[in-house]
Design a protein around this ligand. Sequence first.
Ligand SMILES: Nc1ncnc2c1ncn2[C@@H]1O[C@H](COP(=O)(O)OP(=O)(O)OP(=O)(O)O)[C@@H](O)[C@H]1O
Ligand SMILES: [Mg+2]
Length: 227
Amino acid sequence: MEILKQGAEGRLYLGVFKGEKCLVKERFIKHYRHPELDTQITRQRIKAETKAASRCQNAGILAPRILHTDLNERKIYMEYFGEAITAKELIQRVVADHSVETAEIVLKNLCTQVGTIIGKLHANNIIHGDLTTSNILINPKSENKDFKEYDIVFIDFGLSHYNQGAEDKGVDLYVLERALLSTHSEQPYLFDYMLEAYRKKCGKDEGTIVAKFEEVRARGRKRTMIG
Ligand SMILES: Nc1ncnc2c1ncn2[C@@H]1O[C@H](COP(=O)(O)OP(=O)(O)OP(=O)(O)O)[C@@H](O)[C@H]1O
Ligand SMILES: [Mg+2]
């Protein structure tokens, strides 16, 4: 059993399901939580991940196929993208390998694609709940290991839900902006490029969503100022 990641929340490892190599995501029991509440939260997250995967599939958005879930064992078996790296890693590589100017051009292209997909998610009322560059996979197109041509695959839908309202979409964007500013503080333009592409795809509520996003962000600022 090859462990890919061992964290506080759970562990990820490679497995096999009906002959297909897959990724198994197991969530640990949290002993500080009431056992029934803990079971409920875990089930909710596994269900959210499964539902979002099928909603993405219907909307033509790439996400790992869920092959099997085991609520008792707290495990999800999903499609494994063995060649992929996270958007976080790709951004860091691009920054390391290019001049500041070239990096911004390359990353603008990536951010435009990411923003377009987030717009599509929201147009389909899928709220991701944890938009970060660690939850976006960059999967190279077959013989193309230099990441010049790739598919973008969204992952980690455990906190996702379905909501048509502008508020939740605005909050989703705010979470993303905060994550980008803290993980990629030297590239403060990333979010702007994403938002520009997002606005073209998120549907008729564009204005309301962006207004909500700005409202949530202003609330966040006020909170930081008061401390
Ligand atoms: N289907 C997949 N194929 C390839 N790599 C994956 C896949 N799913 C996850 N990974 C890798 O494992 C990392 C962690 O996965 P994920 O984000 O789903 O878990 P997590 O952040 O620990 O989960 P959670 O936030 O739900 O507790 C990802 O950042 C990515 O590098
Ligand atoms: Mg994650």
